[in-house]
Design a protein around this ligand. Structure first.
Ligand code: PMV
Length: 328
């Protein structure tokens, strides 16, 4: 029996091995495996309430009607859910984030994970995590990983059924790992990752990246299980640089860094030089994530503040998506 109104919450995530490049066809089928940590405290909370069949959907983000592009993306996603459920009711979606948008944390990951969990509940699709992960992937590839807490891997695939996320280890496996997000720009990126994936294969560096990933992913899996920050950090930096090399050499070339991004990378290297262990990773934007241990957090934040004078957000390994059903 479907529920009339379902609320779900999901955290954002940061990838150590990045998903960049997907198959044509609009199903967000990644060309490489990706591995991430779910981020505590960076939560999207989404309520889906069913309306009447054939009526238009309504989508509210942070209390205001969604912009046209976000509205279209959400309705397309709801169409996937309706098709899978064999249902036709419209939906009213209300979503809010506990973290600022444009802060370098992908709200599409937490947003589509929460929307997938809430919409699947409202339309009576059940709560099998693998199925929800596949569904979330249709909204945003990285959202597939946010269904799970802790450390998570998203499998690539050539068909919808093949590509879903699975947990590597729960958040309790490495509770003192920290991700300090250095917010260098809140401006919206010019080319969204949803669009950027399409250009990955035009880079002459992409084949080299794909060839290097299996070994690097194995190092990251091992590092997570061993709580080995050195191995995790070195592999994460290498992977972020490899992804950005692909971005910069694609057609059109995509430059997401700003001069301050480079200054932050340099500050992190200088910290290591002084014996303070920290590593950077960067998504499709100028903001820099700095991985470190809880015991070094204050020293790392002080060093970043001295170098860049930018706001920061601090995250730990966080929980998976949760949902709350209300009476029909
Ligand atoms: O889920 P998307 O389409 O926003 O792609 C995510 C792309 C990166 O954030 C750059 C990498 C990743 O794996 O999260």
């Amino acid at each position: 029996m479907a529920n009339a109104s379902v609320t779900a919450a999901a955290c954002a995530n940061i990838a150590f091995i990045k998903y960049w490049g997907n198959r044509p066809g609009g199903l967000n089928l990644p060309l490489n495996p990706s591995i991430s940590m779910t981020l505590s405290g960076c939560v999207s909370t989404t309520t889906v309430t069913l309306g009447t069949s054939g009526a238009p959907d309504r989508v509210e983000l942070g209390g205001a009607p969604a912009e046209p592009a976000a509205f279209v993306r959400a309705t397309r996603f709801l169409d996937h859910v309706r098709r899978a459920a064999g249902r036709a009711e419209s939906a009213q979606v209300a979503s809010s984030n506990s973290f600022p948008t444009g802060c370098g944390i992908a709200s599409s990951a937490s947003g589509f994970a929460a929307l997938a969990a809430a919409a699947a509940g409202a339309y009576g699709l059940g709560a099998d995590p693998r199925e929800l992960s596949r569904l979330a992937r249709l909204g945003s590839g990285s959202a597939a990983r946010s269904l799970y807490g802790g450390f998570v891997e998203l499998r690539p695939g050539s068909r919808h059924e093949e590509s879903f996320a699975e947990p590597i280890a729960p958040e309790s496996a490495w509770p003192d790992l920290r991700d300090v997000v250095l917010i260098l720009s809140e401006a919206e990126k010019k080319v969204s990752s949803a669009e950027g994936h399409r250009f990955a294969e035009t880079s002459e560096m992409f084949a080299g990246r794909l060839a290097a990933i299996p070994e690097r992913a194995a190092r990251v899996r091992r590092a997570i299980l061993d709580r080995d920050l050195t191995a995790l950090g070195e592999a994460s930096e290498a992977d972020a640089l490899s992804m950005h090399a692909v971005m910069m050499t694609s057609n059109p070339p995509l430059f997401y860094w700003s001069p301050r991004t480079l200054a932050a990378m340099e500050a992190v290297r200088a910290m290591r030089h002084r014996g303070l262990e920290a590593y950077f990773t960067i998504d499709a934007g100028p903001n820099v994530h700095v991985l470190t241990r809880a015991r070094d957090l204050v020293a790392v934040q002080e060093a970043l503040r001295a170098a860049l004078d930018a706001p920061m957000l601090c995250c730990s390994p966080g929980p998976g998506a949760q949902r709350r059903e209300t009476a029909p």
